[in-house]
Structures are given as structure tokens and as C-alpha cells.
Ligand binder design. Sequence first.
Ligand code: HEC
Ligand code: HEC
Length: 215
Amino acid sequence: MNTLARSNPIAVLLVLALPCAGLAADPPVGDAARGATIAATCQGCHGAHGEGVAATGGPRLAGQTADYLGAQLRNYADGRRTNPIMSAMAKGLDAQKQVDVATFFAAQSAPYAARSVEPTPEQLARGRTLTRVGDESKQLQACANCHGPDGTGERYATPYLAGQSAAYVASAIKEWKTGARHGGEAQMRPVAQRLDDQDIAAVSAYFESLGDNAH
Ligand code: HEC
Ligand code: HEC
């Protein structure tokens, strides 16, 4: 060890660090086929392919990353997010099942659900500005900085918003504003606090409308 330390301290650090990394509990690996069975209990509210069902309030899940979906199921299960339906659903799944069903929905591609709101031209313009430019007068940065161009999502970092249900986007933003939703609050709370009701209506309608354009 001593000889190694003198000759290459970085190698020693690696040798010491690797066994520790191995000891940390690795998250389970998801299996989409097992997830498909579990998804039967989700599809009534989220759609057969995770396209979302406006009438139930179930947001779009299709193609969202398995990491993000799995993290949200854990958040519902441990109370960082609360929703009467989803808290119960997530608590009913062990860690393996959460990852399996997340993997299933991540692998789905589905046509966008029909728009639930018809944005006014003003809302479209305001939504586009907030997404692409932000609002300097409110010290608000562009959504696109984190959510990718036009809300297509940034793999490993942030969920997509393009084509997401307007009602769901609005309610998520309001939950960060009041502090009800945890996870991502370092990024999303300052954003949510700078959006008034009109801005929230505009970005929600704008992002939902982008689902159509993505075809
Ligand atoms: C009875 C309707 C219903 C059922 C059944 C249901 N969900 Fe949900 N789900 C919802 C609603 C409503 C929301 C939005 C909750 C909120 O605002 O926090 C949601 C939110 C979610 C989210 C968060 C999405 C995001 O973008 O953060 C995930 C993930 C999710 N559901 C997965 C599932 C899975 C997996 C199942 C099946 C095991 C399931 N849901 C069953 C209605 C349902
Ligand atoms: C500094 C980075 C950052 C900026 C800027 C940002 N977001 Fe986010 N946003 C995030 C992160 C990170 C998450 C995921 C949080 C989590 O893990 O629950 C998120 C999640 C969301 C969600 C929840 C999506 C879902 O499926 O539940 C919505 C809605 C949202 N952001 C809207 C917006 C809007 C609208 C803007 C612009 C006005 C914006 N965000 C700007 C980082 C950002």
C-alpha cells in the first residue's frame, strides 16, 4: 500500500473508494415485462400506454425516464409528495415493483391525449416567452434551461413537460409554491414562487399544446 501511495496516490484513493461504492445499496434494476403486469392497475388513470387520462387527472407517463418515475413513486410512498390516490398506490408497491412499473412506462411511446384546454393567443405567447426566455423583471429563468428546448426534457435531470396535461402542470407548480411537494424544490420552488396565476395558466396551456406539435 505504502509503495503504491507514494507512486500513485490517486490509485490508492480509487482502491479504497471502490469497495465502499459496492457496499452502498444499489437500486433494483427494472424489468419492463414484470412492470407490464403491475401497470394493469395504473392504466385506468394513466392510459394503456401512459398517455394520460384527463378525466381522471392521471398525468402522462409515457417516455418519462424510469429514474424520474421511480423517484416519484418513492416520493409518494415516503410522504415527500402526497396525493390520496398515488400515496396509496405507491405504498402498495415494494422497491422492486416501483422500479419495474417505472421501467414499463418509460419504455412506452404513445400518441398525445387530446388537449384539455384551448390556450388563448396571449397565453401561447406568454407561455412561449416564459419557456424560452424567462422574465427578467421577475428574475425568472427560462424553463428551457432545465427542461430542454420547448420542454422536451433533459435525460437524467428533468422531466419533459411538452404534451403534459395542463391541469397537472398547474397543480404541480402550485404544490411547489405552497411547499407541499418535495423533491426538486431547490430548483422548482424559486421558479414557482415567481409565477402568478396567469403565468401558471399560460405555461400549463402552452406545454400541453406542444404535444400536438411534436407529431
Ligand atoms: C385512480 C387513478 C390513478 C391510478 C389507479 C394510478 N394513478 Fe398515478 N397518478 C394519478 C393522479 C391523479 C396523479 C397526479 C397526482 C399529483 O398531482 O400528485 C398521478 C401521478 C402519478 C405519477 C407522478 C407523475 C409525474 O410526472 O411526476 C406517477 C409516477 C404515477 N402516477 C404512477 C402510477 C403508477 C405506476 C400506477 C399504478 C401502480 C398509478 N400511477 C396508478 C392517478 C392515478
Ligand atoms: C433550475 C432548473 C429548473 C427550471 C429553470 C425549471 N424547472 Fe421545472 N423542474 C426542475 C426539476 C429538477 C424538476 C423535477 C423535480 C422532481 O424531481 O420532482 C422539475 C419539475 C417540474 C414539473 C413537474 C413535472 C412532473 O411531471 O411532475 C413542472 C410542472 C415544472 N417543472 C414546470 C416548470 C416550468 C413551467 C418552468 C419555467 C417557468 C420550470 N419548470 C423551470 C427544474 C427546473
